[in-house]
Write a protein that binds this ligand. Structure first.
Ligand code: HEM
Ligand SMILES: [Cu+2]
Length: 755
């Protein structure tokens, strides 16, 4: 099939669908009083309004408008990159390269990676930052509003330069219907770049395709745009804060945008220089990256010195959103604010010290490798601090099972699996094995498709009432949230598994025995694609047809004292515009009061039995959720090879069944669902500490110790460390699922008027 035509049509279809939706939702809400005929004057008025709207959007310097522009731009780029991804996964439905050619496949993963990393993630985060950061810190606008506009308007030409290959190719197809081949030679020689998103020399120097030069120029331009935007964020946070906003109470999202911008400021100029050097090598005969000059390894050093900080530039705003949103949906303040700030700063500093972990197989000096390995593993510490702070924030909370909450917990789980698999890759011998396999793809996609877009979507739901004054469709949103979390796990866990079995990445053709796994991954990817479209539909249609927000506190944040500045701003606007009264909470959340919970050693066995009886259904649900969460960790451990599946066989043997790992796994699931939560409920009052958080942690650690000893199968050295690490993470994930489910079910029961 012809790639350019397929992709061009897919994009055209998408654009038409969006326009149709726009038309549909605008026109069905405002019935004309005269039966629907528009007069000539009205048409003129509409066109006049359209002109002034276009003019406004092109010239605006207001931070909220520019925020919207960034978000829309990023979303368009994300959809474009998403079409690439769907095409990639479609090719992989069958082992041979029979849908697209291998060359096309190479072009697809190159443009997919670049579009997603450069034109989707950062613009969307800069957009969210532009919209809410000044509101959060009580500033009137960004520090340099015009520079802000310039920073944005550099991006569309940059994207066009980078992706011009496709446009030229589609143009060529159309022209070739009319003109002879000779007349349109240019259109036929330019094609999308296919050297991989890392643009490794010498391939990127030697390929004649002129589109590579366009791409380098486009990337350079986007780098300038990013630097400009970053300077603006830094200046805004440093100088535009309201009087009472100090460094000690600056909100977490602004902290993250600040650190992100700092990273961008150090990283992007370096990328810019490297791109110029590559351009010179390609066009003016310099030899920066030729074997006689600096050599191809020089490119890798320069590239990854930007490239690794870049992954944190992408990740930090997402973690800032998590720290901002999660507390709102569990009714508790963020746990350990200071440590979350320190871990953010720590990640920022460390991320510049690990670039060579991408080069473990590139022939770098082994002594260097060892030090890069050490720092790469050390990076897990600040990441883990964040995770534990999030988990602790949820503990004992009043959980509001809304779409943003589902996305937050989904994001934490993908980040745990993505992060832990990253720690493994940071270990030289393991990376030597897995480098270049789907394992790497699974690892980084659990982060770049997991936590990052999940949190973008969560933020879009959370601030939707603030931005539009309307509600999105909450039921559709919940469905969409569940769908995207599910799709991501199906897709990328499968890739981790086939990578663990050794399937190389970046290949259109693969051995037949992987077909089923590849198909599962593709179906998962389609599920992700579908949920992205549902999100888009919800955002667009609700803009015109959603329920109008009737309160100044749509999320009930006053009740938990989390009514932050941007909502105060919203409240003032609503009061001004619609004469609403500021919302008064019915009650503020009751503080934790242990004496209200059943307690007492004297109650003895009687209370144990009573507890179990009262809580059996709760236990089953909680146990099931916990066990499923845990399976992710254990599955990864099996794939990585630190846990022997045979140990599951031993579980079966213990109860006198044949030593089959499958039977064992089944028993494990049933046992995990039934026994452990019942034990937990029965003994919770004898375990030390606060009812849920500490007891949950102690309980899952105890279970972990038992498990680790019982099923130890003779690992030693690194494998032993891995075995213990994985089991611990898996059990804590179990404890998290269990206790959060309990908490949720309990709060529902309370809400229904029960105990
Ligand atoms: C914070 C979010 C993260 C993002 C967005 C991310 C993204 C990526 C990307 C895009 C690659 C692919 C490079 C390629 O094309 O070969 C990659 C590879 C890698 N990542 Fe991550 N990563 C993240 C976190 C981590 C963490 C926490 C670690 C380890 C502590 C880690 C360690 C690695 C290593 C060692 C590789 C190289 C693997 C190889 O090439 O064999 N990453 N990551
Ligand atoms: Cu890295």
């Amino acid at each position: 099939m012809n790639r350019a035509v397929v992709e061009g049509s897919a994009l055209a279809l998408l654009a038409t669908a969006i326009l149709a939706l726009w038309f549909y939702s605008r026109h069905t809400v405002r019935p004309e009083s005269d039966g629907g005929y528009t007069t000539r004057e009205e048409i003129r008025f509409e066109i006049g309004r359209l002109q002034s709207e276009v003019y406004r959007w092109l010239t605006t310097t207001n931070h909220r408008d520019i925020g919207i522009l960034y978000i829309v731009f990023g979303t368009v780029a994300g959809l474009w990159g998403g079409v690439d991804a769907m095409m990639l996964r479609t090719e992989l439905l069958t082992p041979p390269a029979d849908i697209w050619t291998p060359e096309t496949y190479n072009a697809l993963f190159t443009t997919h990676g670049l579009t997603m990393l450069i034109f989707f993630v950062l613009p969307v985060f800069f957009g969210i930052g532009n919209y809410v950061l000044p509101l959060l810190i009580g500033a009137d606008d960004m520090a340099f509003p015009r520079v802000n506009a310039i920073g944005f308007w550099l991006l569309p030409p940059a994207l066009l330069l980078v992706r011009m290959g496709l446009l030229v190719q589609v143009g060529g197809q159309v022209l070739s219907l009319v003109f002879p081949e000779d007349a349109i030679r240019f259109f036929l020689t330019v094609r999308e770049v296919s050297v991989g998103w890392t643009l490794y020399a010498p391939l990127s120097v030697q390929q004649p395709n002129p589109q590579i030069d366009m791409l380098l120029l486009g990337l350079h331009l986007s780098g300038i745009a990013t630097t400009v935007g970053a300077i603006n964020f830094i200046a805004t946070v440093a100088y535009e804060r309201a009087e009472d906003v100090t460094w000690a109470n600056l909100d977490i999202f602004s902290w993250n945008m600040l650190v992100t911008s700092g990273l961008a400021l150090f990283a992007f100029p370096l990328l810019g220089s490297a791109l110029v050097m590559l351009l010179l090598d390609r066009n003016l005969g310099t030899t920066f990256f030729a074997t006689g000059g600096g050599g191809p390894i020089l490119w890798q050093h320069l590239f990854w010195f930007w490239g690794h900080p870049e992954v944190y530039i992408l990740f930090l705003p997402a973690s800032g959103l998590m720290s901002t949103l999660l507390p709102k949906f569990v009714g508790r303040k963020l746990f350990g604010y200071k440590f979350v700030v320190y871990s953010t700063l720590g990640l920022g500093v460390l991320s510049f010290g690990v670039w060579a972990h991408h080069m473990f197989v590139s022939g770098v000096d082994p002594r260097l490798k060892a030090s890069f390995m050490a720092i790469s593993i050390a990076i897990a510490v600040p990441s883990a601090i964040k995770v534990f702070n999030w988990i602790t924030t949820m503990w004992d909370g009043d959980i509001d099972m809304s779409a943003p909450f589902i996305l937050c917990t989904g994001g934490i789980s993908t980040f745990i699996v993505g992060g832990v698999t990253g720690v493994f890759l940071a270990v030289v011998p393991i990376d030597v094995l897995y480098h270049g396999t789907y394992y790497v793809v699974g690892h980084f996609h659990l982060i770049v498709v997991g936590i990052i877009p999940f949190l973008m979507i969560a933020a879009s739901y959370y601030w939707y009432p603030l931005i539009t004054g309307r509600w999105y469709d909450t039921r559709l949103a919940k469905f969409q949230a569940v769908l995207i979390v599910f799709g991501s796990f199906v897709t990328f866990m499968t890739l981790l598994v086939v990578g663990g079995l050794g399937l190389p990445r970046r290949q259109a053709i693969y051995p037949v025995e992987y077909q089923l796994a590849q198909q599962i991954a593709t179906v998962g990817a389609y599920i992700i694609g579908l949920s992205a479209l549902l999100w888009l539909y919800n955002m667009l249609v609700s803009y015109w047809r959603g329920d109008v927000v009737q309160t100044t506190d749509p999320w009930g944040l006053k009740a938990t004292q989390q009514f932050t500045r941007e909502w105060q701003w919203f409240e003032e606007r609503m009061v001004d515009k619609y004469d609403l009264e500021p919302a008064e909470p019915d009650s503020t959340r009751r503080p934790y009061a242990p004496e209200l919970e059943p307690l007492g050693l004297l109650g003895g066995v009687g209370s144990v039995v009573e507890n179990v009886y009262r809580n059996a259904s709760m236990a089953a649900i909680g146990g099931f959720v916990g066990t499923v969460l845990m399976t992710g960790g254990i599955g990864t451990a099996v794939v990585v090879g630190v846990l022997d599946p045979a140990s599951f066989g031993e579980i079966a043997e213990l109860v006198g069944l044949p030593a089959d790992p499958l039977i064992g796994a089944g028993l494990f699931l049933v046992g995990g669902t039934v026994t452990w939560p019942l034990l937990f409920l029965a003994f919770q009052e004898y375990l030390p500490g606060r009812l849920l958080f500490e007891t949950g942690l102690v309980f899952s650690t105890l279970i972990f110790s038992g498990f680790a000893i019982a099923f130890y199968t003779g690992q030693s050295g690194l494998a032993l460390v891995g075995y213990l690490g994985f089991s611990l993470v898996a059990h804590w994930a179990y404890g998290l699922g269990l206790t959060v489910t309990f908490q949720y079910l309990r709060s529902r029961r309370r809400a229904r008027g029960g105990q």
